[in-house]
Write a protein that binds this ligand. Structure first.
Ligand SMILES: Cc1ncc(COP(=O)(O)O)c(C=O)c1O
Length: 368
């Protein structure tokens, strides 16, 4: 499907990034992914007896309780959804009305912004500046806030930069939002890659926090589509009722598998953490050798977002990498920063090593 053909009844509502990821990101040395490589069903200790096909009601109790226990919340605050993607959609659909003003970080994970627009938001932006380490600045947010702001949206860790926002900063954002009765939506899908026990969540930072996450990025379980929202029980109920208009009930076999995965989460986490720590070291060593790149180096996570020091866009680099070097990274234009590209470190170590070598060759080539 061509990008220009993707205009449906509701015009330009689609995600250029997801379309690119599905059709053009694949390569022999794929550094475009942002999550742990996909596990196979054989990586989970699961038997057919663990599965069942059908279950009705508002969420599968054992799964809601597992998630609630993990984050120290009540099960009435948990809403499950198909991946963090649909968790974001459902949360935003419940958190504002069409025409409401919402404040989004920039640079941004584009599908989430596109979803907000699709749901009808009037979107305003606050900057996370490269020169400032992609930090969330409460002052920037405050400057954009109006009486009409209903929601402030942040990814933590930040996609694309991988930068962590600390609890004190988030608390300040929560207080600023509270002044106009707005909520703060924190997408924590990459926060899982801190592999803390118990994992932190911004939900505990104030009454107006809502968070989303999934088992996708840190655990290689994208195929389960196991996502969730944590919100206060009243909002959570509204989301369940709204979901009756969307998927109505969940895929029960996936709910069951998610419980199985959560029972084994510590082992899955230990393996993932070892791989990511090792691979991050490789990327840092590569970056040490490149004076043509400047980069904010996050301590955690699965991605980094270097910029060409020359100030050129990365179009030529990405094309050369793909066509000659069989390697892909994500062009920064998908994150509103065309002089950057995003490199993922959570894939296979051999592919990362080979991909980085090729990235170096392509960078040398565009210089000469
Ligand atoms: C910030 C962010 N949110 C959500 C998602 C999608 O997560 P899931 O696969 O669980 O739907 C991604 C995937 O790239 C992401 O980067």
């Amino acid at each position: 499907m061509e990008e220009q053909q993707m205009t449906g009844r509701r015009g330009a509502y689609n995600s250029a990034y997801i379309h690119w990821a599905k059709t053009q990101s694949q390569s022999r040395f794929n550094l475009a992914t942002s999550g742990l490589g996909n596990l196979s069903i054989h990586d989970l200790r699961v038997s057919l007896d663990d599965l069942e096909l059908t279950y009705g009601g508002y969420g599968y109790g054992p799964l809601l309780r597992k998630i609630a226990e993990r984050y120290g919340v009540d099960a009435s605050s948990v809403v499950t959804a198909a991946g963090c993607s649909f968790a974001n959609h459902l949360a935003m659909a419940a958190l504002f009305e069409p025409g409401d003003e919402i404040l989004f970080e920039e640079p941004v994970y584009e599908p989430m912004l596109a979803t907000a627009r699709y749901v009808g938001a009037e979107v305003k932006r606050f900057q996370r500046r490269f020169e400032d380490g992609f930090r969330v600045s409460p002052e920037e947010i405050e400057a954009q806030l109006t009486e009409r702001t209903r929601l402030i949206v942040i990814t933590n860790l930040h996609n694309p930069s991988g930068v962590l926002t600390d609890d004190d900063t988030l608390k300040r954002v929560g207080e600023i939002a509270g002044r106009v009765g707005a909520n703060v939506l924190v997408n924590e899908v990459y926060l899982e890659t801190l592999f803390e026990a118990p994992p932190r969540t911004a939900f505990h930072l104030g009454d107006n926090f809502v968070v989303t996450s999934s088992l996708t990025k840190a655990f290689g379980l994208s195929g389960l589509r196991s996502g969730w929202i944590i919100a206060n029980p009243e909002l959570a109920s509204q989301m369940w009722l709204l979901n009756d208009l969307f998927s109505a009930t969940q895929v029960h076999a996936a709910e069951r598998l998610s419980v199985v995965a959560l029972q084994q989460i510590d082992e899955l986490a230990a393996r993932a953490k070892a791989l990511m720590d090792h691979n991050r070291g490789l990327l840092n060593a590569f970056l040490d050798t490149r004076d043509d790149l400047e980069v904010v180096r996050p301590q955690f996570g699965t991605v980094m977002f270097p910029r060409l020091r020359s100030g050129e866009t990365v179009t030529r680099l990405c094309q050369l990498l793909r066509e000659k070097y069989e390697t892909t990274v994500v062009p920064g234009r998908f994150f509103e920063r065309p002089t950057h590209f995003r490199v993922g470190i959570a894939g296979d170590t051999d592919a990362l090593e080979a991909g980085l070598e090729r990235l170096g060759q392509a960078l040398d080539e565009i210089k000469s």
